[in-house]
Design a protein around this ligand. Structure first.
Ligand code: GLV
Ligand code: MG
Length: 285
């Protein structure tokens, strides 16, 4: 299980930043071809980004994802065609501005055969996408997470980029991802000078059910890993439950007189994976 507590964006035009981003402590590095790239730089960003995967640096357990352009745009089509043409594709792509499950299926079909292993992460940030968030989450087995794109969503909803006006949209994305049993990652906090504000929002997002949050600067990562990390007592309890399950996988799982059901067991594995990842990172520093 891949922990997804924190995700850092790095621009596709600056490939030299990628190896550095892999060492920030973030669980995911997303190389952006979309909104962080000026229209005139799209071809350069695409070429430089795909070149990174020809002889990729060791990731140390970090998950690399390339954010392509919307598949309903010429740039997005070029991105997908370039990925189809390379023998060394990125392991995962992020699909922005998705409006329907068909759009995801279409990407899945296109990549089937040549690049069947590529994973998907889908941003919910349009009114149509929000309306069909659960169907989108279930559209393909390749999808590992939904992301909440607050900036685009706020513009579509005609509301300011603030917590309260976006609460319904955030909650709906969490519900869709939880129902589909995939991760759900909140938008980055954009004010680099307001670290307290970021931590407040990260805690609120974690309480709402998000499994992680994006970042635009390495200094934001430790707080995110803390806010979305596992509580030590809960980890110890999870280890006991997993131990009991693995000792008798075919029986009913009863710990401390309580019946533990499958979804709970799954969340316990997730907790332990998070804790192990945090411990690995602690050792690496
Ligand atoms: C992210 O893509 C956003 O629109 O906030
Ligand atoms: Mg967006």
């Amino acid at each position: 299980m891949q922990p997804r507590r924190s995700l850092i964006f790095t621009p596709g035009v600056r490939p030299e930043m990628y190896p550095k981003a892999l060492r920030t402590g973030a669980d995911i590095v997303t190389i952006d071809l979309e909104d962080a790239i000026a229209p005139g730089d799209k071809d350069t960003a695409r070429e430089r980004t795909l070149a990174l995967f020809v002889d990729p640096p060791a990731t140390g357990g970090v998950e690399p994802i390339v954010r392509v352009n919307s598949l309903r745009s010429p740039e997005g089509l070029k991105d997908i065609l370039a990925i189809l043409a390379t023998e060394t594709p990125p392991p995962a792509i992020m699909l922005p501005k998705v409006t329907s499950p068909e759009e995801v299926l279409w990407a899945d079909d296109l990549l089937t055969g040549v690049h069947a292993a590529i994973r998907f992460h889908v941003i919910i940030e349009t009114c149509d996408g929000l309306d069909r968030a659960y169907e989108i989450a279930r559209a393909s087995d390749r999808i590992d997470s939904l992301l909440f794109g607050a900036a685009d969503m706020a513009a579509e909803l005609r509301v300011p980029l603030q917590w309260e006006p976006l609460l319904y949209a955030r909650s709906r994305v969490v519900h869709a991802a939880a129902r589909a049993m995939i991760d759900v990652i909140d938008v980055p906090w954009l004010d680099l000078d307001d670290m307290d504000g970021m931590e407040r929002e990260a805690k609120a997002a974690a309480a709402l059910g998000f499994t992680g949050k994006g970042a635009i600067h390495p200094k934001q990562i430790p707080a995110l890993n803390r806010c979305f990390g596992a509580d030590p007592d809960a980890v110890a309890q999870a280890k006991r439950v997993i131990g009991a399950f693995e000792a008798n996988p075919d029986g009913l799982l009863v710990v401390d007189g309580k019946l533990i059901e499958k979804p709970v067991l799954r969340s316990m594995y997730r907790l332990v994976a998070l804790a192990e990842r945090a411990a690995e990172q602690g050792e690496a520093k």
